[in-house]
Every structure is written in C-alpha cells, then in structure tokens.
Design a binder for this molecule. Structure first.
Ligand code: NAD
Length: 437
C-alpha cells in the first residue's frame, strides 16, 4: 500500500519505518527541513533501539523516503497518517493547532479518496473536527479514522511490530477494511484489532495513559508512606504484584513519571473533563502527587548537606525521562537539577543518550562527563534519576574511590539496601530503609 506519514518524530518515524518493513511504500513528511535533510542522508534523528537497522534497510529498498512537502505526501499516499505534536496548551488542554492546520492544508490539496488517520493523541471529538475542517475545503470523498498509538519509547519498534492491540476508530466500512489490511501483518500471532467508534478510540488512549500514570502514582504514595512507618516498598510490590488482578508491571516506585505523554495526557483528560463539567478527582490527585514526587529526593539531599549546597559538587546519573531513550521532555532529572542549581550546587552529569538534549536546555550550567565514572570525580554525592541498565551493577570500589564521600540518592531503587549498607554507602532510596553511615 502507499502510505504518507505527516510528522516524523518518535511516533511518525517509527510508524513510517515499520510500515515500510512490511512492504508498504512510505513517504515521511516533516516541516523540519534539517531533520528531513538528516534522514535523507541516512541519519536517524532520534535514539530508539533497533530503529537504525530497519531505517537503513527500507531506504535501500526504496520503500522509505522523506519530504518536506505535504502535497507530495498527499499525492503519494492512499492512507495519510497524522503523527503530529499535540502539546499541552496554556489551559492544560491538548493543543490541536498542528493537527487542524495540517487538516486544513489537506482539505485544499486532496483531490481523490484518501483515508486520513489520526495517530496523534487527541481529545474526544477531534476526528469530527478534522473531518469538518477537510470537508469545508475538499470536493472529493475521504474518511477520517482514529488510530491511537500505544508504543513505548525505548521499545517503540518492538511495540509497533508486535502490538498487544490495535485500536481503529472508524464509522466507515471502506476505511476500516483498508486499516485492517494494513495492520494484518502485525497481528499474525492473534492479538486483536479492535474496531470501535472514533470517540471511544480517542478516549481509549487517554484512559490507558491516565490509568498507567495513576498506577505509578499510587505506588509512589505507598512508597512515601513506607518511609514514614518503616515498611519496605520492595516487599509490598512483590506482595501485591503476585495478585493477578493487580499485576507485576508499573509497580516500581521512583521520582515520578515524566516524558512527552503521561504528563500532558493526564492534564488534557482532566481539562477535557472540566469542559464537560466533570471533575476527574483521581486525576487531580495524580497530577498533584506526581509534581511533588519529582523532587522528593531534594529535601533528603538538602538535609544531608545541612541545607548548604553552595559550591557542593554533585554527580547526576541519568537524564532521560526513562531508559533507552534520548527524550528528556518533562524528565524528573530536570526538576531535580533546577532545584539543586538554585541552591548553588555544581552538577556533573552523565547519560548514555540524552546529554545533547539536556545541553540544549541547560547549556554551560552543567558539566558533561564522558563516562558514568568520570561524572563522580570529586563529587560529594551521586543522584540517580534514570534506571539505565549500565547503572545497575557498578563497580562499588571505583564508586568509592572517585566520589569524595560515598553517598548515593537513588531515585530509581537500583540497588539492594543491605548490599549498600555492607559496602559502606550512605544510601537514600524511595520507600525503603535509609542507610546513614
Ligand atoms: P514529536 O514532537 O517527536 O514529533 C512530531 C513531529 O511533527 C516533529 O518532527 C515536527 O517537526 C513535526 N511537525 C510539526 N508540524 C508539522 C507539520 N505542519 N507538518 C509536518 N510535520 C510537522 O512527537 P511524538 O512524540 O512523535 O508524538 C506525536 C503524537 O503521538 C503526539 O500526539 C503524542 O502524544 C502521540 N504519542 C506519542 C508517543 C511517544 O512515545 N512519543 C506514544 C504514543 C502517542
């Protein structure tokens, strides 16, 4: 099939590349000329495991190409995916300007039947808006489908190639059949393609992200309470995770959720509720607790340094909002680093992939280390913000040699508390016994 993907970010590029991998001819369109030039030169503009191999293979096979021209994409594609940003607007709602502006342009350009597929995360009613905007300008037949994306950054290629489910929101039999045909190679193992109306499809995405954000936040609250009463959140996690009604995943406490999706999507659903005079009380609490959780380590750090961080060098491991990505949008590391810098600390940071993106925001305010160990040199404490695998089993001897004091504030509970005690570290983690020595 002939496909165009409009917007070539984390979702669009993965979508385009994976659809090319199953034999479709794909054009990825983006307004960012630099990005398009990079991709044309064979460079993947984001870090996403395994994407580079598929990217290269499909470019070589002439199934994947790039353009800055929406007209070219529209002329080529029978199915046009919109993978455009829907950032948080001033009032917390999803800002639809990218989706609606492109829809307007599509309305003026379209001259034969196409299926316009909204892959961006958008509020209930957006498919109707897109349809209206296009219909006002177009003279030919077309369909609008809602097809929310559930891929996880860091596992995006795997998730796209082997999705647990595909949601198609469509009221058109013709468009539904095309979408089912397009996605059939991805569900050969029997995972469902669930067809529903557009509004339900749009809300399914928000419900999924809001539920996951709530699950994380609930566990963070249990962890915070553990610290008050001397219980161990790891044991509680094992205890409740064994219950199949609860499940083992998303029960790890930490320094809150970040990223380009959960924060804005939870807020957008809260605001969408308000617009209908519905108060999502549970989401109000999730947003409030998560905002606090992101800097939950800061009071511990201040108390360790007797409230005086002036001139203190602190190492930061992990900047991305989660491992296996270079995405730093809404990353807890940002809130922690801002709080520490405000208090006069000097920060040396290391992340395997996210340093260039953090540098765009922090510039020379941080020292950027070439390795995780180099970041420790002369630091009086280490703060861990992202659970990258390489941080999981460090050389404790080297850690102690390089740090001027063996002190770790672990926002991701990477280490065993008893091990840290016997290794001689002062070790503060989330929802577990604090070790002071
Ligand atoms: P992104 O910011 O990484 O990429 C968006 C791309 O769209 C950018 O490259 C930008 O240059 C391009 N763009 C902007 N305006 C354009 C225009 N007029 N024409 C062509 N291109 C244009 O965003 P993303 O993370 O890929 O997210 C896209 C959508 O998918 C959002 O709604 C997001 O909520 C949703 N989503 C994201 C994820 C994720 O993990 N990132 C997962 C599921 C859903």
């Amino acid at each position: 099939m002939k496909i165009a993907v409009i917007g070539t970010g984390y979702v669009g590029l993965v979508t385009g590349t994976c659809l090319a991998e199953t034999g479709n001819e794909v054009i990825c369109v983006d307004i960012d000329q630099e990005k398009v030039a990079q991709m044309r030169a064979g460079v993947v503009p984001i870090y996403e495991p395994h994407l580079d191999v598929l990217f290269e293979r499909n470019i070589k096979a002439n199934r994947l190409r790039f353009s800055t021209s929406l007209a070219e994409g529209l002329e080529h594609g029978d199915i046009i995916f919109l993978a455009l940003p829907t950032p948080e607007g001033d009032d917390g709602s999803a800002d639809l300007k990218y989706v609606l502006n492109v829809s307007e342009e599509i309305g003026t350009l379209i001259n034969e039947y196409k299926v316009i597929v909204d892959k961006s995360t958008v509020p209930v009613g957006t498919a109707d808006k897109v349809r209206d905007v296009i219909a006002k300008r177009a003279s030919c037949d077309f369909d609008v489908v809602s097809n929310p994306e559930f891929l996880r950054e860091g596992f995006a290629v795997d998730d796209f190639l082997k999705p647990e489910r595909i949601i198609i929101g469509s009221s058109s039999e013709r468009a539904t059949k095309l979408m089912q045909k397009l996605y059939s190679p991805f569900v050969r193992s029997g995972n469902p393609i669930i067809v529903m109306d557009e509004k339900s499809a749009e809300l399914t995405k928000y419900a999924a992200n809001a539920f996951l954000a709530t699950k994380i936040t609930f566990m963070n609250e249990i962890a915070n309470y553990c610290e008050k009463v001397g219980a161990d959140v790891d044991q509680i996690r094992a205890g409740i995770g064994a219950d199949s009604r609860i499940g083992k995943r998303f029960l790890f406490p930490g320094i809150g959720y970040g990223g380009s999706c959960f924060p804005k999507d939870v807020k957008a659903l809260q605001k969408a509720g308000k617009d209908e005079a519905y108060d999502f009380k549970i989401l109000n609490a999730v947003i409030e607790v998560n905002a606090k959780q992101k800097t939950i380590l800061v009071p511990h750090i201040l108390s360790y340094f007797n409230n005086d961080l002036k001139g203190k060098r602190i190492a930061i491991w992990g900047l991305a909002f989660k491992p296996e990505t270079d995405d730093v949008r809404e990353a807890p590391s940002i809130d922690i680093m801002r709080a520490l810098l405000d208090k006069g600390a000097q920060l040396t940071v290391f992340d395997p992939e996210a340093m260039p993106n953090i540098k765009k925001q922090f510039g020379d305010a941080l020292t950027y280390a070439d390795s995780m160990y180099e970041a420790l040199d002369n630091a009086e404490a280490l703060v861990i913000c992202t659970e990258w695998s390489i941080f999981r089993t460090p050389n404790y001897k080297e850690l102690k040699q390089r740090l001027s004091h063996p002190v770790i504030f672990d926002g991701r509970n990477l280490y065993n508390v008893n091990d840290m005690e016997s290794e001689g570290f002062t070790y503060i983690s989330i929802g577990r016994k604090a070790i002071h020595q």
